[in-house]
Design a protein around this ligand. Structure first.
Ligand code: SF4
Length: 103
């Protein structure tokens, strides 16, 4: 079961989330592209190269690069049910729902 305490910062606010146990297989992105995307490491590297104040540690890098994240939250029961199927096929059980986090 996905762990809310390991929720990735890259997820947008809302009940659906990917946690840090994601192994980056991209299955959720292929199955439900409306809701999931993969992190783009070039964004972070470019930011660092430009001397931005945004820096990341090695540990943060391991947590963020090559993982999926939620960029669109379900807004109907139909969408929520579609996502339940996607949650079942995640090989690392990294996709979760937190009803208390819904907005
Ligand atoms: S299906 Fe699971 S392990 Fe694969 S990218 Fe999505 S969240 Fe990560």
């Amino acid at each position: 079961m996905a762990d809310q305490s390991k929720r990735l910062e890259t997820n947008i606010d809302g009940e659906l989330f990917v946690d840090s146990t994601c192994v980056g297989c991209e299955v959720c992105v292929i199955d439900a592209p409306k809701f999931f995307k993969m992190t783009d490491p070039t964004f972070h590297l470019t930011t660092i190269e430009e001397g931005s104040v945004i820096t990341i540690t090695d540990e943060e890098s391991k947590l963020l690069f090559g993982k999926a994240y939620v960029y669109y939250q379900p807004t109907s029961d139909i969408e929520t049910n579609e996502l339940r199927d996607t949650m079942l096929i995640c090989p690392s059980d990294s996709i979760g729902e937190n009803k208390t986090n819904a907005k």
